[in-house]
Write a protein of this length. Sequence first.
Length: 144
Amino acid sequence: MQILGLLRATRESEEGAPPNTELMMRMGTFVEEMTKAGVLLGTNGLHPTSKGKRVKLAEGRMTVIDGPFTESKELIASYAMFQVKTMDEAVMWSKRFLEVLGQGEVELRPIFDPADFSPDVFPPEQAAHEERVRLEMARNAERQ
């Protein structure tokens, strides 16, 4: 199962404060361990919301809102994509990650899989089409 881990932002991450060298080294070691274990599919930190935008469509009206965003409890500082057997395994890796950081909060969200949908909602021909599009996405990511 694939799970998206979302690390909540902190005041420091929203201020754009980079991690110190020691933390970068610890995180690098941990990311390498997770990668070698076959668990980590991708991860990156995010710039603070002051460099971001929100695009919203409501009642037929499109708006673009410049950051920073103030709802700090809901902001995300980084993400990780896990390939694990169970949610408990994702929890274990997230706990270890938070120990590397020394603090924080991670939200774990399972990614939908075509098998999660009944054939009447997601017919086989639509699933095959989506698989072809996903392969193209993977090729695009490799070109980066």
